[in-house]
Design a protein around this ligand. Structure first.
Ligand code: SF4
Ligand code: SF4
Ligand code: SF4
Length: 274
């Protein structure tokens, strides 16, 4: 099987969050009690978690309506399935020589990175690293603390679907009815991202492709972004500290601000412009 990838095209995403729901359903993840959250990103729930593997983030440029263009910029956030994945490195470093072996591994068929729950000890070195090992640069894997036994989970790239005899596409992709999500061979997805970018540029002058060549040796989530990666708090495209993880900055945790009125007004505008 060739290396696989998922395209996320922000210029076609309507923010419906069908992907978020489909992921919950396929992975049998329980609902979470949430509170209103605003910025950076106005999504709900605020972030990925042990029970939420993907979140459709809502970003608005400008701190308030006066200095914003009033548009919403969507990002489907989950594990990016890095080619140079610190989580795989760290888990293997700590547990690779034990009889059970490392829990966090790359699927040799598809290139997706997944955590074998039967082997995971919940040590969190994939998430946070330690003095020498660097954390996941996207801050993705999450623990179930204080539940027992301690475990860590994240998006598994739906390897149980794509490696099945039925060759199913990932559940999130299946749910997307605007073709903002597309699954296929990685080389095909990269080409598709480039052609989507060319088509989007007249209306989205800051659009760019993220994950094709970098960061971290290239990702298996290839995104057509409407804005610069920094706008979404993503590492720069040329980021790759796989030779020296200690220098890599991590994606900061979201903080709260803004009011419900802003969000509703923006949602109405985004819906009208979709
Ligand atoms: S985003 Fe984080 S958890 Fe996902 S493959 Fe990369 S390093 Fe691992
Ligand atoms: S929490 Fe699990 S997947 Fe992460 S490093 Fe520890 S054993 Fe590996
Ligand atoms: S690939 Fe599967 S596990 Fe990952 S976000 Fe999509 S539905 Fe969820």
């Amino acid at each position: 099987m060739a290396d696989k990838a998922i395209l996320f095209d922000a210029t076609r995403c309507t923010g419906c969050r069908g992907c978020q729901v489909a992921c919950k359903q396929w992975n049998e993840l329980p609902a979470e009690k949430t509170t209103f959250f605003g910025g950076p990103g106005y999504q709900n729930p605020a972030d990925v978690s042990f029970n939420t593997f993907t979140v459709l983030e809502f970003h608005r440029d400008g701190a308030n309506d006066r200095d914003s263009d009033g548009n919403w910029h969507f990002l489907k956030f989950q594990c990016m399935h890095c080619t140079h994945a610190s989580c795989v490195y760290n888990c293997n470093y700590l547990w690779g020589s034990t009889p059970e072996g490392a829990a966090c591994t790359r699927d040799p068929e598809s290139g997706m990175v997944w955590i074998d729950q039967t082997k995971c000890r919940g040590c969190a070195v994939c998430t946070h690293g330690d003095g020498t090992l660097h954390p996941c640069p996207f801050g993705v894997p999450r623990q179930n603390y204080p539940d027992q036994p301690p475990k860590t989970r994240k998006c598994i790239g739906c390897i149980n679907r794509i490696n099945s005899p039925y060759n199913l596409e990932p559940a999130c992709v299946k749910s997307c009815n605007t073709d903002a999500l597309v699954f296929g061979d990685r080389s095909t997805i990269v080409s598709l991202a480039q052609s989507r970018l060319a088509a989007a540029l007249p209306k989205w002058p800051e659009a760019n492709v993220y994950g094709d060549t970098g960061p971290y040796g290239g990702l298996h989530i290839i995104s057509v972004l409407g804005k610069d990666p920094a706008f979404y708090r993503l590492p720069p495209k040329d980021a790759d500290w796989s030779e020296n993880w200690a220098q890599a900055p991590a994606r900061s945790a979201p903080v709260q601000y803004a009011g419900l009125g802003d969000v509703l007004a923006g949602l109405i505008k985004a819906t009208r412009e979709a």
